[in-house]
Design a protein. Structure first.
Length: 87
């Protein structure tokens, strides 16, 4: 399989973009877990977390994705009333 310089440049750009997105997601997750919900049993309504995250310069889409990732990892729990609790 032969790779042209054009396809190699495209692949490198895609990898750099992916790394940048991954770093941004990790930064948002860390902000939520370290700054907003630093202790076990800490809780905040979802809309407050989104507002505070936006105030810190993060996009609401990134914040919601980070909340989903933190819930899947078992770091937080999102209740029926949209209150998010640190486990």
């Amino acid at each position: 399989m032969k790779i042209t310089s054009k396809s190699l440049k495209k692949l490198i750009r895609e990898m750099l973009l992916f790394e940048q997105q991954t770093a941004q997601e990790a930064a948002v997750e860390q902000y939520i877990s370290d700054e907003l919900l630093p202790k076990a049993k800490d809780g905040l309504p979802k809309e407050d977390i989104i507002e505070q995250g936006e105030g810190a310069g993060y996009r609401s889409e990134d914040i919601e994705a980070a909340l989903e990732a933190l819930e899947l990892s078992g770091t937080i729990e999102i209740g029926d009333d949209d209150v998010i609790v640190r486990l």
